[in-house]
Design a protein around this ligand. Structure first.
Ligand code: IMP
Length: 453
């Protein structure tokens, strides 16, 4: 099997040929391309696209790799090759790394390798490999290249540069990523029998723009939003004997979803340079288009609220929600995320015209209890989700916890209907809650690639 590889690095070519012995590795230097993406995936794609243009109908691959040191906030990362400045100077890079870690106790680090592939039909795929370890106090060994003399993989007391090529390849980030490449390009078998994971189809050239937008809007998570306001709205008929009309409830849900979408797009705009795997840094959606979408979402929320005559208190509550969303996006303080969702529930509570009347006092206590539970749950899940991008198992667990929001909302609606069986207005709210659960399950099954917590 012929595989065109976008590199001129002789060390890499040697390692790739060793790890993929059955392949005819044809190096092709993607001369002149600028590796200016904010992450490994972006740079690997830039390189592979540059050579795939020349080798249509063939398998092409590029890898981008580097060292990420925890105490340095992930540096040198994508700048590994030129950590000490241009041009690439390995002794200077290693000296700078040791200098920056002087006196640092926690020397945990990992190598990451991202391989981007273009298949003969032009479709793009991406796989990752990681090798965790730590940075030694001083260099040791002469094998390998780059940071190898300083990197001690977990479970070893020798540096990469003290291991034989076979030993390094068996555990290295590149070895792990290339095993997946072998399974995709070759006969489908992986040496250790494990399944190929982390294969992302990178689309976005034309046909799959829709997918990129669904990803930007985190469509899979959307069914978790209406339940907030539904629970808030349910407190009225239960505690004050006054129900919201169906049209008011629908408008409440619509405005809430648009405000949420505004927050999501704003979040991706703020992280346009840093958020790995998201559509804006990946080049699938331009920042200008995202800004327009953010404006349209806000306009739609305001339009729905005006159109259906949301009462006075809904406006300051929603304004507070917007401020919390904007602050959360810029600080990533998980508590604020909890505040956002509690305020969303609050928007449901204040959506009745009668909110100024005495009846409102009856709602205060149950609304406060619901808001505190919401705040605590969302705060905890957001706090726990930190670092999920680099940990597929954690990402899966966070996905389940986010899905759990709908179960919580449905449980709240169910408890209210059991506590107040005479309240007829609970029935449509319960049905709406159940529809959200069905939508969530459906989206998770149909759009697994769009899922993001
Ligand atoms: P690139 O993938 O060609 O952009 O280079 C990544 C840089 O990361 C290299 O120049 C090395 O400094 C470092 N690097 C990547 N993989 C390894 C490895 O296996 N051993 C040591 N250093 C590596």
């Amino acid at each position: 099997m012929k595989l065109f590889v976008a590199t001129h690095n002789q060390h890499k070519i040697r390692e790739i040929s060793q790890i993929l012995p059955g392949f005819e590795i044809v190096p092709d230097d993607p001369e002149g391309v600028e590796e200016n993406a904010p992450d490994f995936v972006g740079n690997a794609l830039i390189k592979v696209r540059a050579i795939a243009e020349k080798h249509k109908g063939e398998w092409c691959m590029a890898d981008d790799s580097g060292l990420e040191v925890k105490a340095l906030g992930g540096a040198p990362g994508v700048h590994s090759a030129r950590y000490a400045g241009e041009p690439c100077n390995t002794p200077a890079n290693n000296a700078l790394l040791l200098k920056n870690l002087e006196g640092v106790k926690d020397r945990a680090a990992r190598f990451t390798c991202c391989c981007a592939l273009v298949d003969p039909s032009g479709e793009e795929l991406v796989v990752h490999g990681h090798c965790p370890g730590h940075i030694a106090e001083k260099a040791a060994g002469v094998e390998g290249f780059g940071y190898d003399p300083l990197f001690i993989p977990n479970g070893y007391d020798k540096s990469f540069a003290e291991l034989s090529a076979d030993e390094k390849n068996a555990i290295s980030h590149r070895g792990r990523a290339l095993e997946k490449v072998k399974a995709i390009v070759g006969d489908g078998s992986v040496a250790d029998g494990s399944r190929v994971e982390h294969v992302e189809r990178v689309e976005g050239k034309g046909g799959s723009r829709v997918l990129a937008w669904l990803k930007l809007f985190r469509v899979v998570n959307l069914p978790t939003v209406p339940g907030d306001v539904l629970v808030g709205a349910a407190l009225w008929p239960c505690f004050a004997g006054l129900g919201l009309s169906v049209s008011r409830t629908a408008a409440l849900v619509g405005a809430s979803v648009f405000l949420y979408l505004f927050g999501l797009v704003d979040n991706d705009i703020v992280g346009a340079k840093t958020d790995k795997g998201r559509p804006i840094p990946g080049g699938e959606i331009s920042i200008g288009a995202a800004r327009l979408a953010r404006f349209l979402c806000l306009a739609a929320a305001i339009g729905v609220a005006l159109g259906f005559g949301m009462p006075g208190l809904w406006w300051p509550m929603s304004f507070l929600l917007l401020v919390s969303v904007a602050l959360y996006n810029r600080t990533k303080w998980s508590f604020l995320m909890g505040v956002c969702r509690a305020l969303n529930l609050g928007c449901g509570v204040v959506a009745a015209n009668t909110v100024y009347s005495m009846d409102a006092a009856l709602l205060l206590e149950p609304a406060a209890v619901a808001c505190v539970i919401w705040l605590a749950y969302i705060w905890a899940v957001t706090w726990y989700s930190k670092g999920e991008e680099d940990d597929p198992e954690k990402k899966r667990r966070v996905g389940a916890l986010v899905g759990g929001i709908v179960y919580l909302q449905l449980t709240a609606l169910l408890v209210l209907s059991l506590m107040f069986p005479q309240v007829a207005a609970m029935r449509p709210l319960l049905i709406a809650g159940a529809v959200m659960l069905i939508l969530l399950r459906l989206f998770k099954t149909l759009l697994p690639k769009v899922s993001a917590s």
